[in-house]
Design a protein around this ligand. Structure first.
Ligand code: GAR
Length: 203
């Protein structure tokens, strides 16, 4: 069954692009039904529209409460009968309301080896801490911040003269590889969660 996905993105949308490219080159059996953004000028919205995908800006400022804003997003997701919600550079914390009321599971990509360096500025956090390796993590979203069960991780070595930009550039290459891979494994029903552990069955 082709997986129907909703993507939430706040910015550049390179992970959305990697997902759309993987669909196009048939390494990912999915269809992006809708892209939602909290930023009107997010490049992610343009990237989606270029592919003829419905792309909607929903302004959090139009709603008195966060859950009303999130409910508007959930309505769009439900109308499009999505089987998976993918956060791709969505820079707001989803409330427990969203997580509990989502019609399907939610995945996120984060630019560090979780549980190290959750939240904002993950690259700078890694550089400031002085770790020798960082990387990226695809995980299921739970009610905490970047705390859900881990699906895939990739390691990137930190070089002595790395900056936030140079490190983020190298990590991004890995992000674009593991996110479509995780979504495909989910679509094939190969991800089984036991407590905190995600067991990946061979294909
Ligand atoms: C990516 O590096 C993603 O891992 C990160 O934002 C960037 C979005 O780039 N996400 C987070 O930091 C979430 N906490 P993109 O818009 O080009 O996909």
């Amino acid at each position: 069954m082709t997986l129907a996905i909703a993507v939430l993105a706040s910015g550049r949308g390179s992970n959305l692009q990697a997902i759309m490219d993987a669909i196009e080159n048939k390494t990912l059996d999915a269809v992006v039904k809708i892209v939602l953004s909290d930023k009107e000028n997010a490049k992610a919205l343009d990237r989606a529209r270029e592919k003829g995908i419905k792309a909607v800006f929903i302004s959090p400022k139009d709603f008195a409460q966060k859950i009303d804003y999130e409910e508007a997003m959930l309505q769009e997701i439900k109308e499009h009968h999505c089987n998976l919600i993918c956060l791709a550079g969505y820079m707001r914390i989803l409330s427990p309301y969203f997580v509990q009321n989502a019609p399907c599971r939610i995945m996120n990509i984060h630019p560090s080896l979780l549980p190290s360096f959750p939240g904002l500025h993950a690259h700078q956090q890694a550089l400031d801490y002085g770790v020798k390796y960082s990387g990226c993590t695809v995980h299921f979203v739970d009610e905490g911040m970047d705390s859900g069960a881990i699906i895939f991780q990739e390691i990137v070595e930190i070089l002595p003269d790395d900056t936030e930009d140079s490190l983020s550039e190298r990590i991004l290459i890995k992000e674009h590889q593991i996110y479509p891979k995780a979504i495909q494994a989910f679509g094939e029903g190969r991800l089984r969660q036991e407590g905190r552990k995600v067991i990946i069955q061979d294909n």
